[in-house]
Design a protein. Structure first.
Length: 83
């Protein structure tokens, strides 16, 4: 994602956190989970990503590498009041 700051997301159970400005001035707006392209996850896993996003009040983004070696993103916004 261009124009965002990235930090470690282990505190919130994700791979990365994204910030709209310098980390010292704002809260993170989203959690990024990096998914292995060979990983098969269940609907329960998808629900747990969403619940984590809702609980932490963050947008949930799944990032994976496609078979053409490009990065694909899927975003979930579980709360209509999130940016």
């Amino acid at each position: 994602m261009r124009g965002f700051y990235i930090a470690c997301g282990i505190k919130f159970g994700s791979s990365f956190l994204i910030y709209s400005n310098i980390l010292d001035y704002v809260h993170s707006i989203g959690s990024i989970y990096v998914i292995d392209k060979f990983l098969k996850f269940s609907p329960n896993d998808l629900i747990s990503f969403g619940r984590t996003g809702t609980t932490t009040k963050k947008i949930t983004i799944l990032a994976m590498i496609s078979k053409h070696n490009t990065i694909r993103y899927i975003g979930f916004k579980w709360n209509p009041f999130l940016p």
